[in-house]
Design a protein around this ligand. Sequence first.
Ligand code: ZN
Length: 243
Amino acid sequence: MKDTLALLVELQRLDDELRETREARATLEKLRAENAESLQVFEGILKERALRIAETREFCEEKENELKSIEDDNRRGRARLGTISSQRELTALNKELETARRNNQKRTEELVKLLGELEEVETDHRKKLAERDALAGQMKALEDELAERLAAKEASASQHNARRAEVRERIEKPLLARYDRISRGRNGLAVAQVLTGNCGACNMAVPPQVYIRLQKGESLEACNNCQRLLVFADSGDAEAAAE
Ligand SMILES: [Zn+2]
């Protein structure tokens, strides 16, 4: 009976390992998908902003060109001053030049304001790009860490599977069927270690007479509450179970 109990404990341990490997793989796949989606959303926002910045920059360049052409007009106007012969013409031209000057000043102020805003937006955009890179780096580091752990688990999975087949071979068929039935109904946990008088899985107190039989390890006991197969946890196993 002691051998059977040990085999059950080992079978449970192997099933736990294999389940953890499957779960680790699922976790990593989910994380990768979520990270990729988050980055895609971030990327979309950044692209949108980059487009708007480019449009604003283009608008500023247009305004700058307009200003240049106004200045050219003014220069031509001033050049005409020398050819003026009448006071009336002079007054008209001076008026024209003054209007142009005011107009030019207003446009320049507007452009300076717009360029200032553009610079702010561009600075913020560069900050966001850096944040995106930092986030992508963090995500990658976490994914790599999980992938590394998974690789270690997967490397030993074939050994675990081989050993599992051996162990199952050595357990009597009806008991194995019982183990599988409980395992299916209890999230893969068919064997519970009894720690400090309680079922290690559902935490229900084990009756004293059952506890005594468990300590002897000569009979197969099951939890009255969760029906899992019970084994007595010696101090070594208890430490392992507590981890
Ligand atoms: Zn229980």
